[in-house]
Design a binder for this molecule. Structure first.
Ligand SMILES: Nc1ncnc2c1ncn2[C@@H]1O[C@H](COP(=O)(O)OP(=O)(O)OP(=O)(O)O)[C@@H](O)[C@H]1O
Ligand SMILES: O=c1ccn([C@@H]2O[C@H](COP(=O)(O)O)[C@@H](O)[C@H]2O)c(=O)[nH]1
Ligand SMILES: [Mg+2]
Length: 239
């Protein structure tokens, strides 16, 4: 059961390059992170299953989601699931969906929700951890609804890395990791998709009071200093 046990003050920035009507107002910690309270099931005492603590990490292409996720993992012990990396792994493994995924990524479009959610679900189920950073997902309202329907939970926290387009384009073109979508033509398409389809998801979570907006300009370590207090508060709330 999802029961709120604490409400903490927010640490968010309210300024945004995009229209986000409301930033986070509170951070909820959930009893789900408490360990092993026994419960009765068919007369048998069984350890209570732990509900995952889920953070969605959103932002435009090159806004620094992956870079900051690495720091969150190192500092706070979350498991990082990058939806883009999971899809690229499908391409590399020549899976049945590989060709379709490759074409979709080259076009900067969005892979069907069912494919992406199944990949995320598989990773979550095979993990010993119950704290997840889901990076680059959901990208559309349809993604969001599919996740909630298939996984059966909402995220606890949503981070939005808010970065000016010019900076995102510069970073992506300098990334140099051999990605098929790191070219100007695809980046332009990705930015349009982000604005049209992904911003509504960010606005949805803002209205739900789950959004933390990070000003994603400046040095990586400086940006992490905006991220750190959010996770420190989560740790304190569930301790
Ligand atoms: N604060 C920063 N300043 C300058 N460069 C950065 C900063 N943060 C990340 N970068 C660099 O920008 C590039 C994009 O960063 P990253 O891959 O983390 O973005 P992303 O949001 O995950 O992008 P995508 O959605 O395309 O996967 C990388 O080469 C990374 O090293
Ligand atoms: O949920 C998702 C995540 C990603 N995609 C596709 O992959 C590329 C690259 O994703 P990154 O997060 O930037 O690594 C993205 O442009 C989409 O084409 C997706 O369809 N659904
Ligand atoms: Mg990334």
């Amino acid at each position: 059961m999802w029961r709120r046990v604490a409400s903490l003050s927010s640490f968010f920035s309210s300024s945004s390059s995009y229209f986000v009507p409301q930033t986070a107002s509170r951070l909820n910690a959930w009893e789900s992170l408490t360990t092993g309270i026994p419960q009765q099931a068919n007369g048998v005492i069984v350890p209570k299953e732990k509900t995952p603590f889920i953070t969605f990490v959103l932002g435009g292409p090159g806004s620094g989601k992956g870079t900051q996720c690495i720091k969150i993992v190192e500092t706070f012990g979350f498991t990082h699931l990058s939806a883009g990396d999971l899809l690229r792994r499908e391409i590399a493994s020549n899976s049945a969906d590989g060709a379709m995924i490759l074409n979709t990524i080259k076009e900067g479009k969005i892979v069907p929700s069912q494919v992406t959610v199944k990949l995320i679900q598989k990773e979550m189920e095979s993990s010993d951890n119950n704290k997840f950073l889901i990076d680059g997902f959901p990208r559309t309202e349809e993604n969001r609804v599919s996740f909630e329907r298939i996984i059966g939970v909402e995220p606890n926290v949503v981070l939005f890395f808010d970065c000016p387009e010019e900076e995102m384009v510069k970073r992506v073109l300098n990334r140099n990791q051999g990605r098929v979508d790191d070219n100007l033509e695809t980046i332009k398409k990705r930015l349009k998709i982000f604005e049209a389809l992904s911003l509504p998801v960010i606005n949805y979570y803002s209205r739900r009071g789950k959004l933390y907006t990070i000003k994603a300009v400046g040095a990586e370590d400086e940006i992490f200093e905006q991220v750190r207090p959010i996770f420190t508060a989560i740790e304190q709330a569930v301790a």
